[in-house]
Design a protein around this ligand. Structure first.
Ligand code: 8YV
Length: 324
């Protein structure tokens, strides 16, 4: 019988399903192992179900030549060295589609909370600072009718654009590696612009692009300087796309009105400067966190693992070229 390792605590139902096919090594108690420990734990396992925080690199693969499948419970897979997996014939899978709408809901919510200063308002109230009404108490910026800028117009970006255009009458502009076909732009009246135009024109900029060496610090001091001082920036993509230090500085100096961040460079550590500025809403990487969606992600990761190791076609491969 083949063996699979599940690196993190997961739904019992997912473990039970896997156990119908494999010898399963679970992580009961969700023990946090040191970063280098995974290579050793994988010994004797043909498959692994990982979360987005676990790194799969060439050294780990070389130490585990028996490994055939790496199934990520995340749509983003920058934690996995895909070319190294492909070179060794290891199938990589991710969990697209099942989290699109849930993540778009959260991106929109975080953008609204940022624009309307909801977190600042709550802190103000809890701190006992709310003693009377005043005309400019926590005045933010409108979402309805504003210009929504999307950097990274994949499935989630389109979901956010749809919410903005159809629900809030927003004017949608976007920048992406490639332009959408006209039939996808038309229903939401989305206009393709250069990255510079996007930064200059957006009232609310939302980042939904994948992380790669090319997108590292795609938003740094120079890019932030192009944005309107009244604008907001929301990042639900990956830490490292934004230079957190430059962002904290822009927020402190008021050259950017506010930011909403669900992801951080080096998370779960948060740049200390971000913790000292009031005009930023901080959440702990929870954009896909609804019970139904996390269950769907776990089910899809398990479907992929079962298919990959039992000679079936995995539903959502990242490197289908390794399937013969
Ligand atoms: C995950 C995510 O919760 O899917 C992604 O890419 O960022 C989140 O949905 C996270 O990566 C843990 O697996």
């Amino acid at each position: 019988m083949q063996s699979v390792l599940v690196t993190r605590e997961i739904f019992p139902e997912t473990l039970q399903r896997l156990a119908q096919h494999f010898q399963v090594t679970p992580n009961e108690g969700d023990v946090q192992h040191p970063p280098g420990a995974l290579a050793g734990q994988l010994a004797g396992h043909e498959g692994v179900l990982v979360a987005g925080g676990e790194r799969i690199d060439a050294a780990l693969l070389d130490a585990n030549p028996q490994l055939k499948a790496v199934c990520n419970m995340a749509v983003g897979y920058n934690n996995i060295d895909v070319p190294a997996c492909t070179a060794r014939g290891v199938l990589v899978t991710n969990t697209p589609d099942v989290l699109t709408e849930t993540t778009a809901d959260f991106g929109f919510a975080l953008m609204m909370a940022t624009a309307r200063r909801i977190a600042e308002g709550e802190h103000y109230l809890r701190d006992g600072r709310w003693t009377r009404w005043s005309y400019n108490l926590l005045t933010g910026s409108d979402v309805h009718g504003a210009t929504l800028g999307i950097l990274g117009m994949g499935r989630i970006g389109q979901g956010i654009a749809r919410r903005g255009a159809l629900g809030f009458g927003m004017n949608v502009i976007y920048h992406n590696r490639s332009r959408l076909p006209a039939e996808q732009e038309a229903p939401i009246n989305a206009r393709y612009v250069s990255k510079e135009e996007l930064l200059r024109e957006a009232d609310h900029l939302v980042l939904v692009l994948p992380y790669s060496a090319a997108s590292h610090h795609a938003i740094g001091a120079a890019e932030l300087a192009l944005m309107k001082p009244t604008a907001t920036l929301t990042n639900i993509a990956r830490g490292g796309i934004v230079d957190d230090e430059a962002l904290a500085e822009a927020l402190k100096r008021g050259t950017l009105a506010a930011a909403g961040l669900d992801v951080f460079e080096g998370e779960p550590n948060v740049h200390p400067a971000l913790l000292t500025v009031p005009n930023v809403v901080l959440t702990p990487h929870i954009a896909s966190a609804t019970v139904r969606t996390r269950r769907a992600m776990a089910d899809l990761a398990a479907d992929n693992l079962i298919a990959a190791l039992t000679g079936q076609r995995a539903p959502t491969p990242v490197n289908p070229e390794v399937i013969r």
